[in-house]
Design a binder for this molecule. Structure first.
Ligand SMILES: Nc1ncnc2c1ncn2[C@@H]1O[C@H](COP(=O)(O)OP(=O)(O)OP(=O)(O)O)[C@@H](O)[C@H]1O
Length: 296
């Protein structure tokens, strides 16, 4: 899964307006070849509007968007290289699962085997079932199968795991890993922050139409303190680090240097024969960065 500095997506000073409402404001970002880039944000931040411009579904009010160096509305040049899993599927309810994959596959102008895709998303046993009779999770898996038909170079995954059980999620991410091993570039949006935290090479965080933060997970989280949580027996001496009371009698220590302060605490506990009950050391999570951004 190597990434290069070549930009597959290049967005410069993008503005999207709906009438007087300015939904995306002067947004610039790039997605490099082979990268998994997660575009995350609060509700109404402008992610869908941005992706619609990048996918060529909606014209920008101003600014430039290039995908593979071309205008994304150049359907002949961009569409055959791109797979899109939208939030809302556009399948005809009367078609069967097999027919849907075949139809969308033909539209993609790529080649693949329908049976391979059904197997990939564990829908082989539902091949002859009409789309109207699928469960929400099965429809989502069908969406994914049509998006990755023929191994596109660039895949957009818009909330791909919403409604999927844990086994289907794991299978979907395994399939994404295999696409990436073949060099695919992936753009992800999700409200499941832990998925982005685990999988994204880089993350862009949007809020109220602008890109507020961008970087790797460690670049984004290193600006906020980590938390150590523990409880002490009533007779324990005063701990060596400034601690504030938390829920259920726990003590919380916020630290910008988790490893160092954890050492201090553990050495102190050993030297004083103190039991640190329910000890938890939580690194800063993307959720914390998100909350901090929402409060700005
Ligand atoms: N067709 C439209 N007409 C008017 N306003 C719109 C339209 N589409 C989106 N908006 C507004 O633009 C803003 C950005 O919407 P967008 O759907 O891009 O956000 P989002 O980040 O995808 O949100 P969510 O996480 O809630 O899906 C919102 O305030 C939304 O109400």
């Amino acid at each position: 899964m190597s990434t290069s500095t070549t930009a597959v997506i290049d967005v410069q000073s993008l503005n999207m307006k709906y009438g007087d409402f300015h939904a995306v404001k002067d947004l610039s970002f790039q997605v490099r070849r082979g990268e998994l880039y997660a575009l995350l944000g609060t509700n109404g931040a402008g992610k869908t509007s941005t992706l619609e411009a990048v996918e060529g579904h909606r014209a920008a009010t101003s600014g430039t968007v290039r995908v593979f160096g071309r205008d994304p509305r150049d359907r002949g040049g961009v569409r055959p290289r791109t797979g899109i899993m939208l939030q809302e599927s556009g399948f005809s309810p009367d078609l069967t699962v097999r027919e849907s994959v075949r139809l969308f596959g033909t539209l993609s102008r790529r080649t693949d085997r329908v049976e391979r895709l059904l197997d990939l998303v564990d829908l082989s046993h539902r091949a002859g079932t009409r789309v109207s009779q699928l469960s929400g999770g099965e429809k989502r898996r069908l969406d994914f199968a049509t998006a990755v038909y023929g191994g596109p170079e660039l895949v957009f995954l818009d909330e791909p795991t919403t409604g999927l059980d844990i086994r289907s999620r794991d299978a979907l991410w395994d399939a994404v890993d295999r696409l990436r091993e073949d060099g695919a570039t992936v753009v992800l949006t999700t409200h499941y922050l832990e998925e982005a935290q685990q999988r994204a090479d880089r993350i862009g965080l949007m809020h109220q139409g602008t890109l507020r933060r961008e970087g790797t997970v460690s670049e984004l989280t290193r600006t906020l303190p980590a938390t150590v949580r523990f409880s002490l027996p009533p007779s324990a001496p005063v701990p060596p680090l400034p601690a504030v009371p938390g829920e259920g009698g726990a003590l919380l220590v916020e630290t910008p240097a988790l490893q160092k302060d954890l050492h201090v605490l553990l050495d102190w506990a050993r030297d004083h024969a103190v039991e640190l009950r329910d000890l938890q050391a939580g690194p800063t999570r993307l959720d914390d960065v998100f909350r901090a951004m929402g409060a700005e």
